[in-house]
Design a protein around this ligand. Structure first.
Ligand code: PLP
Length: 436
């Protein structure tokens, strides 16, 4: 008998964020339509986590397939240095039209981590161009996650993923999402800070941690007062996830740099963008070629990605995706309310279409949730997370993945009310099974 797909996979594939010595086989997915994934055994799973927070409107939409096919027939790829193309320019125009006012130029790359690298490099090099190379420190939030490349790791929370790389990571000071904490760090580092990077409103990998709109406004004001760049990493929050097109819109603020990926293409093509203010762009204009921004990727501004990005933006505007996601979030949040009376549930929180349920680690029996390295206060490696993960795998209808001791949902905008209820009851079932 010929080997199954998981058997062949085991021979040749090394998966992201996977402990191959522990994790069960990957699920073989053969197709996807709307919010449903089709598995090789003929069963279906409702994708409640939007395929790593990317899928925005649903899988397999004909207009997206058409946009990619037409673009591939017309112009499949061309480098973006020294060349340009219609979808690249049109997408930049349209993204800037909906982005906060101060952003005037789009620098393309191909994933969220590199969008962050570009932002960090452009911010620092702007200081170098201005004759202030000693501004080598970045500020970031506790629990931050900005991707897995070296600059992105440096601004991320070291535990549990990145601590072993500390010899290679530049100086970053992590702060709480409060004005006091930010001011205090800036006082200590007077004249040495290049910028402050944050995931506005929702810190995804931290466990869908949410801070206030007020803090975003404070952060903008303080960065202005202290003359440092504010970098909004909207890789996860962008394109409607928080109930507005961008999380920054809730606060009415304009960052100096903004990182976009995932939903930029509706979540179906690797494309990202770093939006910058005119001030930053101008800092690199010079008669000397050596003063240019020397950064680029082979597939920066990929025409097929830009074409599907345009198709996705059209849907976002026509269907009001932020409002759809907000409704979905409300419905799921409502469906989870019953859990608040259970002893082991600490909190249910929501921002737009992102809903999280946090377990109360002090109220869970059956394991020590503080023993494992990186597991203090729960976190990604909290033992209860293993049990949640297992329970999620056993659910035959809804695809869920915990973040440590936190369960969350962030489905695409096409899910119906009934599907929202199914997601909520699946989360309740998973949580109940570990609290029993
Ligand atoms: C806020 C944020 N920034 C950056 C990234 C990195 O994006 P990518 O996985 O495309 O490199 C992620 C990924 O989840 C993210 O959530």
């Amino acid at each position: 008998m010929s080997p199954s797909l998981p058997e062949r996979d085991r021979e040749v594939c090394w998966h992201p964020y996977t402990q191959h010595a522990l994790d069960t086989e990957p699920l073989p997915v053969v197709g996807a339509k709307g919010a449903w994934l089709e598995l090789a055994d003929g069963t279906k799973r409702l994708d409640a986590i939007a395929s790593w927070w990317a899928n925005l409107h649903g899988h397999g939409r004909p207009e997206f397939v058409e946009a990619m096919r037409d673009q591939a027939q017309q112009l499949d790829h061309i480098m973006f240095a020294g060349f340009t193309h219609e979808p690249g320019v049109a997408l930049a125009e349209q993204v800037l039209e909906i982005a906060p006012d101060s952003l005037t130029k789009v620098f393309y790359s191909d994933n969220g981590s590199t969008a962050v690298e570009v932002a960090l490099k452009a911010a620092y090099q702007t200081w170098v161009r201005r004759g202030e190379p000693a501004r080598t420190v970045f500020l970031a939030l506790n629990g931050a996650y900005h991707g897995d490349t070296f600059g992105a790791m440096a601004v991320g929370e070291p535990e549990p993923f990145f601590a072993e790389f500390s010899p290679f990571l530049f100086h970053v000071v992590h702060v709480e999402p409060t004005a006091e904490s930010l001011r205090e760090a800036l006082d200590d580092l007077e004249g040495r800070v290049a910028g402050f990077i944050l995931e506005p409103l929702v810190q995804g990998a931290a466990g869908m941690c949410m801070h206030s709109v007020q803090f975003l406004q404070d952060a903008r004001r303080i960065c202005n007062e202290r003359n440092i760049f504010l970098i909004a990493d909207e890789v996860m929050t962008g394109f409607g996830r928080t109930g507005k097109v961008f999380a920054c819109d809730h606060a009415g603020i304009s960052p100096d740099l903004m990182c976009l990926a995932k939903g930029l293409t509706g979540g179906i093509f690797p494309l990202s963008a770093t939006l910058v203010s005119e001030e930053i762009y101008q800092a690199f204009l010079d008669d000397e070629r050596a003063k240019a921004f020397f950064h680029g990727h082979t597939f920066s501004g990929h025409p097929i990605g830009c074409a599907v990005g345009l198709a996705s933006l059209k849907v976002l505007k026509e269907e009001n995706t932020p409002a759809l996601l907000d409704h979905i979030g409300q419905r799921i949040e409502k469906g989870l309310q019953a859990a608040l009376t259970w002893g082991g549930v600490k909190e249910i929180r929501r921002c737009g279409g992102i809903v999280a349920l946090e377990l109360d680690l002090n109220n869970i029996t059956g394991d020590d949730n503080s023993g494992e390295e990186g597991a203090d206060e729960g976190g990604y490696l909290a033992p209860v997370g293993e049990r949640l993960r297992q329970a999620c795998r056993e659910n035959q209808q809804v695809l869920l993945r915990p973040l440590g001791h936190i369960m969350y949902a962030m489905p695409p905008s096409c899910v119906t009310d009934e599907e929202c209820d199914l997601i909520a009851s699946a989360i309740l079932g998973v949580v109940q099974s570990v609290l029993e």
